[in-house]
Design a protein around this ligand. Structure first.
Ligand code: ADP
Ligand code: NA
Length: 346
């Protein structure tokens, strides 16, 4: 999109998996590529959501490691730091400042309605819906959608490439932007739009009724972008398929396992499902399909794994990238924050 700012933070939870890669990060790479090649350049800003990470307690040494790994994952997935801003949220203190300002403009009722809050608050407790139990949940879990609004609006972002589980939060962001604009008689903040990802959800290899996720207890369900070829082959061999004989065809309801493998290939090769299935016409059994899928994944991820390993041995380079990104991000953030402060009367 012309004249736009595309903005998104990713949780620093370490290595990324095939679902994150095909469903999210590769799409950001395309957006950054596109934006930088336009006559009227638009901004792409991506970063690690450091302040969001502590809404659930993390071991300090783990968090530090994860912040590096996430940055290395983004770079190894192809994000080019010359075509987008890549930074750590933590290095721009204005996020917290704007978050407080927005907290003062947000009704508790609207935060209470957030589906993610309901899910997380009750999951963290005993699963009971009683107020007393909800009362034990941390305020950060209730308020992090306000921080998200601050993240996006601090850069006056116009587009946010999130999954559908986050669209309610983006609606809240638009509400907060509207309230601010109205309260301070300004048109400071644009109302950011959701950019939906073109790739289909990648499903768990072992339980193809769920999405692929790093929190899946069966680790054979999830392929990481920096995984060794032998490990990938083993996981694909163990992937749940079906006992239908006589060739490979696409049927997400009747053959979820097989169709998920077809989606993976179609996602990687960027071919349509029809063309992907045509390429598989010669196959007579599941083993041929699995060997083929393994080869496609291994080929795609090989350079990513090499780059990830290389980056993880060069912390100084990672820090240099993050510092450069932070400098650019902070420049935008402080300019906008000055304007916001003036509007408020600070
Ligand atoms: P996880 O579920 O493994 O914790 P996250 O929730 O951190 O992954 O997701 C980070 C990004 O990757 C989000 O934009 C999300 O929409 C995308 N994503 C996560 N899992 C998948 C999947 N299985 N298929 C497609 N996209 C996914
Ligand atoms: Na998740």
């Amino acid at each position: 999109p012309l004249n736009s700012t595309i903005y998104l933070l990713i949780q620093p939870t370490g290595r990324i998996h095939l679902g994150n890669y095909l469903g999210a990060v590769r799409n950001w790479k395309d957006l950054a590529q596109e934006s930088s090649s336009q006559d009227i350049p638009s901004n792409c800003i991506f970063g690690t959501a450091d302040l969001h990470a502590i809404t659930v307690f993390k071991e300090p040494t783990e968090l530090k490691k994860f912040r590096y790994e996430t940055l290395a994952s983004l770079l190894s997935a192809g994000l080019d730091p010359t075509k987008c801003i890549l930074y750590h949220q933590l290095s721009v203190p204005e996020h917290s400042q704007l978050s407080w300002i927005f907290t003062c403009l947000t009704n508790i009722g609207s935060l209470n309605r957030m589906t993610q809050w309901k899910l997380k608050a009750h999951l963290n407790d005993s699963g009971s819906l009683f107020d007393e139990e909800v009362g034990k949940a941390k305020a950060g879990l209730l308020c992090y959608p306000v921080l998200q609004a601050a993240d996006v609006l601090l850069y006056k972002a116009t587009h946010v490439p999130v999954g559908d589980d986050q669209s309610q939060h983006l609606e809240l962001t638009r509400g907060i932007a509207t309230t601010f604009n109205h309260s301070y008689k300004t048109n400071m903040f644009p109302l950011p739009k959701t950019l939906l990802t073109p790739t289909k959800k990648i499903l768990s290899l072992r339980n193809p009724d769920k999405k692929m996720s790093k929190s899946d207890p069966d680790q054979n369900s999830c392929i990481y972008v920096n995984e060794q070829p032998e490990a990938i082959a083993k996981k694909i061999r163990k992937a749940t398929t079906d006992s239908i004989q006589g060739g490979i065809y696409y049927d997400p309801d009747g053959r979820p396992g097989v169709s998920n493998l077809i989606n993976i290939v179609s996602g990687i090769t960027r071919k349509s499902i029809d063309d992907t299935v045509k390429d598989m016409e010669w196959m007579t059994n599941h083993k041929q399909l699995k060997d083929y899928v393994t080869e496609v994944i291994v080929e795609e991820l090989k350079p990513r794994r090499h780059l990830f390993d290389e980056l993880m041995t060069d912390k100084a380079y990672l820090e240099q990238i993050a510092n450069e990104g932070s400098r650019k991000a902070r420049e935008i953030a402080t300019t906008n924050m000055d304007q916001i402060n003036k509007l408020i009367g600070f």
